[in-house]
Design a protein around this ligand. Structure first.
Ligand code: SF4
Length: 421
């Protein structure tokens, strides 16, 4: 693997997650047309959204204490270019993730559009309902890395009407060419999370034609996922965070008490089988198992990735970030060196199983390293063995993009006709 971050943007993305960066006085994010640094994003990150070389979108930690020791500095040159430097040494030219015009708009109900949904990379993330109930119990059992409950009243509006979410989703499609919208909820008593989400899903799918993803706890009635698929959902994601059962209990006491690790795994596996039936029609349906690397031994994270891919699901691997004011704000951030094998396993296991990574059009993710991006962490000689599969995937990507945009055009024509009628 190329160890020089000037030549390896994948390694740079990982190293920036682990070490963060300082912002030089030459930078003024809002004045530069970039996105504001939101306090929290889906409870996972807070930081500067930028685009690294090779079109790798990322969210660089800049606010947490550990970033004060970072060797990286984000600077503006006299000619206006933005760079990541290591000390005074230039490492990579970067661009700020563009700040969409709709970020300054309000909904017709008078709320800031960014309080309804925000871009994470190039997709829209929406947390439409009230805060996760682990936070509001008498003795909260929230996940210890999570910041969702700290966010209330700050960047996120609590109640979001279906019409407000539709308005923002349409603004994001029109203004930012998004292709994918992700709905996220926490835990609610009575497992009402899918009941809550379904009206949003139906309305947003109908209004935008975009691909839709859903991230909730695992519902006891697995048949509900077939219904979601029929409704036009394309991705379901289950965050079990840790594969080591002892750590799972320790870090996620609410999830452990309410659902247990096994139920998350069963949901990942069940939904992966739903995807297999749609392979021939090219109908996108993906089951994701989501973990956080850096909160358990790397061997456990690798085991998790190996298991997720073995059942036909795709791993999403976040890197632990000790966010300010969370229970784990004083925990150490993982070391880059310890994380390389974990992230490399993401790419290698997906390729081994022939899973469709890097296929969805225009979905760049800033908060995690996508499996495809992790190819940068694998040696050239090992990558060579996947050459044929990579070629097939590139062809699949083209076909899928053509089909997706054709469907989107049909959707728009139908809507325009209905509006004119
Ligand atoms: S389930 Fe855990 S990670 Fe998700 S919102 Fe609730 S406390 Fe946060």
């Amino acid at each position: 693997m190329e160890r020089d971050t000037r030549k390896n943007p994948g390694l740079l993305k990982l190293d920036l997650y682990c070490r963060g960066a300082l912002i030089d006085d030459s930078m003024r994010v809002n004045d530069d047309g970039g996105r504001p640094i939101l306090r929290t994003r889906a409870g996972l990150g807070s930081g500067l959204e930028v685009i690294l070389p090779d079109n790798l979108w990322t969210n660089i930690p800049v606010e947490e204490d550990f970033t004060k020791a970072s060797p990286y500095v984000v600077r503006r040159r006299d000619n206006g270019e933005l760079w990541i430097d290591e000390g005074q040494e230039p490492i990579a030219p970067i661009q700020l993730a563009p700040r969409p015009g709709w970020y300054d708009h309000t909904t017709s109900s008078g709320k800031k559009m960014t309080a309804i949904g925000t871009l994470q990379g190039t997709y829209l993330g929406v947390y439409p309902s009230r805060v996760c109930e682990y936070w509001t119990e008498d003795s909260p059992t929230n996940c210890k890395f999570c910041s969702v409950g700290l966010n209330l009243g700050a960047d996120d509006a609590e109640e979001k009407r279906v019409s407000e979410v539709v308005e923002v989703a349409v603004a994001a499609r029109d203004g930012s060419d998004i292709t994918y919208i992700d709905f996220n909820t926490g835990h609610y008593k009575g497992e009402t999370f899918l009941d809550i989400l379904e009206p949003y899903i139906r309305a947003v799918k109908d209004a935008t034609g975009c691909m839709i993803g859903v991230q909730t706890p695992p519902h006891a009635d697995l048949e509900r996922y077939k219904k979601l698929k029929e409704m036009g959902v394309n991705r379901v994601s289950f965050c079990f965070e840790l594969y080591d059962p002892v750590q799972f209990k320790e870090v996620c006491p609410g999830k452990d008490r309410q659902y247990g690790l096994q139920r998350y795994l069963d949901a990942v596996e069940y939904n992966a089988t739903l995807g297999k039936t749609s392979k021939k029609t090219f109908d996108p349906w993906v089951s994701n198992g989501e973990i956080i690397a850096g909160l358990e031994a790397p061997e456990w994270s690798i085991k998790a990735i190996d298991w997720i891919t073995s059942v036909g699901a795709i791993p999403t691997v976040c890197l632990f970030r000790p966010l300010k004011d969370t229970d784990y704000e004083d925990q150490a951030v993982p070391k880059t060196e310890d994380m390389i094998d974990v992230f490399a396993a993401q790419y290698e296991c997906c390729m081994r199983e022939g899973l469709p990574i890097n296929v969805a059009p225009n979905v760049n993710v800033s908060l995690v390293m996508l499996p495809w991006e992790c190819r940068w962490l694998v040696s050239k000689s090992r990558r060579r063995r996947y050459l044929l599969k990579e070629t097939k995937m590139a062809a699949m990507k083209k076909v899928f993009a053509a089909q997706f945009y054709a469907k989107l055009r049909e959707h728009d024509q139908r809507r325009a006709k209905a509006a004119g009628a």
